[in-house]
Design a protein around this ligand. Structure first.
Ligand code: CU
Length: 501
């Protein structure tokens, strides 16, 4: 369908209370102009439609007369709109109607819109586009695989009305038919690829330099690196110390902390200590609390970590670019507030509780990093390998743009802290929903052997027509090969068991 989308929408004139008569005449004039415009647009539309019809004569020069605008809508996770055009000058009017960031790439032409926030629009002018099939997709990692891919068909013939609207819908076959053999095989293959080792590992614990006065000094460099987000898939990540997530900083309550940051990214930056207690001057919110740290500049933060916290650090200035692209990391002050000795729904956690594995689980869904756990997309995500009966402590951190309900198969998660604050009433859950900016701390006992998947339950964050990807890992529980004594010790902790000990 050809629509004159370029025409500016007529806007209502503001009323002028001072000159009623004049205003009326002006209004009447505008109304007439408006009606005339509508009639003219209607006529042009009629003429164009006729020209575009199969039997239309004399419409041949139409495409060359001016660009035809195709409206395209991006959302989670589809590209919808007008996908058929006649060769000539074609404009793509692209709107992001979703809640996450998306862009649109025309693969064969190497053209790309800017990254669009929800509600934003951009246009691409495909001048003198020749007949053919052009692949459109969103370049945010994982989004194309989730369904944000479509074909733009450009032909020598004008499009017919019915063929013009189409779109992508999560890899479903357009006619409702599935190639079971091929799709099942892809799914199996993608899942059996887990785990695949990739270059680069995030969350490495950053060792401080001890200054003479006892200050713990940490050195960070922010720069743009090549990051293997999925096997063989390298993206431009914005990273602290060459890793995504950045290195973990762990200090004790009362420590004097110094963090020196050198900014080698292409934009000014700062570091906000999210959830950490600091003086205002160290809050890392340029330009309110400091000047932006310019490209190539170094800045040092200094504060006393006076409160126990499970926090994170990330850029605040240009965060919608730098954080989404990888500039985020975990920051903990003091010990995790485990619910030792507490009884929750009949299960008692031992007084001397110590998990066998402690790990951060940093969630992201946008930027160049895309749908990931700890900076990696399945099957590059790291499995959690434990012995039967082991306890695992996980801190969730959401550095992305949408919530992720993290579902652990089989083993209930005991949620004992929210944003690092110990809960008066911890609770058991198999799915923990983590919204942007939030942290939840959980423990669970790997009480049965096997491979137990652990994933975000927004299913398009973990699967597409090509198979499994994104926010999935697994707890791999090895059978306890122990003496009877050890086996008893590894029994799930119950109220009775704890009473004995
Ligand atoms: Cu998710």
């Amino acid at each position: 369908m050809t629509v004159l989308e370029d025409s500016p929408a007529p806007s209502a004139p503001e009323s002028d209370n001072g000159g009623g008569g004049l205003a009326f005449i002006a209004m009447a004039g505008l109304l007439i102009a408006l009606v005339a415009t509508v009639v003219v647009i209607g006529l042009i539309g009629l003429l164009r439609d006729e020209g575009a019809g199969p039997g239309g004569a004399g419409g041949g020069g139409d495409a060359a007369a001016g660009p035809v605008t195709l409206g395209l809508t991006l959302s989670e996770f589809a590209i919808d709109g007008d996908l058929v055009a006649q060769a000539g000058n074609v404009d793509l009017a692209v709107t992001n109607a979703g809640s996450q960031q998306h862009d649109l790439v025309v693969e064969e032409l190497g053209m790309q819109t800017r990254m669009l926030n929800g509600g934003d629009s951009d246009a691409l002018s495909l001048s003198s586009i020749g007949p053919g099939s052009y692949t459109l997709f969103c370049s945010v990692p994982g989004h194309r695989e989730s369904g944000m891919e479509a074909e733009l068909i450009v032909s020598t013939e004008p499009p017919t009305g019915e063929a013009a609207a189409g779109g992508s819908h999560g890899g479903h076959a357009a006619d409702g038919e599935y190639d079971a053999e091929a799709m099942d095989a892809k799914m199996v293959e993608s899942m059996l690829a887990f785990p695949t080792e990739t270059e680069g590992l995030g969350n490495q614990i950053l060792e401080p330099e001890m200054l003479p006065d006892g200050t713990k000094r940490f050195v960070l460099e922010a720069s743009v690196i090549e990051w293997e987000v999925a096997p063989g898939e390298f993206v431009e990540a914005w990273a602290y110390n060459g890793q995504v997530p950045g290195p973990q900083i762990i200090v004790d309550v009362g420590d004097k902390v110094q963090v020196e940051l050198t900014n080698n990214t292409p934009l000014g930056t700062d570091i906000h200590w999210h959830g950490i207690s600091t003086p205002n001057s160290e809050d890392g919110v340029a330009p309110f609390t400091q000047e932006p740290i310019g490209v190539g500049e170094t800045f040092t933060y200094e504060f006393v970590a006076d409160q126990p916290r499970i926090g994170m650090y990330h850029a605040h200035f240009h965060s919608q670019i730098s954080v989404l692209n990888g500039m985020f990391a975990a920051f903990r002050v003091g010990d995790r507030p485990y619910p030792s000795g507490q009884t929750i729904s009949g299960i008692t956690i031992p007084e001397d509780f110590q998990p066998d594995v402690e790990l951060p689980m940093v969630l992201n869904d946008a930027g160049t990093i895309g749908l990931t756990l700890n900076g990696k997309s399945f099957p590059a995500t790291e499995p959690i390998v434990v012995e039967e009966g082991d306890w695992v402590a996980v801190d969730y951190y959401n550095e992305g743009l949408t919530a992720h309900p993290m579902h652990q198969h089989q083993f209930p998660q005991l949620v004992y802290a929210k944003d690092g604050f110990p809960l008066d009433q911890p609770y058991w859950a198999d799915t923990v929903n983590v919204a942007p900016g939030e942290r939840y701390s959980v423990i669970f006992q790997a009480a049965a052997p096997g491979v137990w998947v652990f994933h975000c339950h927004i299913l398009t964050h973990v699967e597409n027509a090509e198979g499994m990807f994104g926010m999935v890992t697994a707890v791999v529980v090895n059978e306890a090969e122990a003496t009877t004594e050890d086996a008893t010790e590894e029994e799930p902790v119950t109220e009775d068991a704890s009473a004995e000990g």
